[in-house]
Design a protein around this ligand. Structure first.
Ligand code: AMP
Length: 110
């Protein structure tokens, strides 16, 4: 999607500290980390919300949820992490391309 920062990161148009990528998703460091390790897992396909997903995109999200625990140790998240997916303006979503925040690398506040 034009003018979507996460589409541009996914396709390499703008740089990011990428830690993992495959045909369906990219994982890169958040620009403004809220924990010792703060990365974003982003599907390459552009959609804003879980509510907007088609069947193919739902399958991609399912695959992401399988892959994230597999790659977590390589991201510095072996001892656990918090997974946050902001959905919409009231939740504080600021980038309207679905993304999962993975926070960890330390004991997080309750
Ligand atoms: P959200 O508030 O859930 O939409 O989260 C968007 C996140 O994207 C924020 O934590 C930002 O710090 C992060 N972010 C915005 N632009 C970039 C960028 N160019 N590279 C990495 N992270 C970014």
């Amino acid at each position: 999607m034009e003018n979507c920062i996460f589409c541009k990161i996914a396709n390499g148009e703008i740089p990011a500290a990428k830690l993992y990528e495959d045909e369906e998703m990219v994982v890169f460091r958040d620009l403004h980390p809220q924990a010792k390790v703060h990365v974003l897992a982003v599907p390459r396909q552009h959609f804003k919300l879980f509510a907007d997903m088609n069947a193919e995109q739902a399958e991609i999200v399912k695959n992401m949820l399988v892959k994230i625990p597999q790659i977590a140790p390589s991201l510095g998240l072996a001892d656990g992490y918090r997974l946050i997916v902001n959905q919409g303006e009231n939740a504080g979503q600021t980038v309207f391309h679905l993304h999962m925040h993975l926070l960890g690398g330390e004991k997080l506040p309750e």
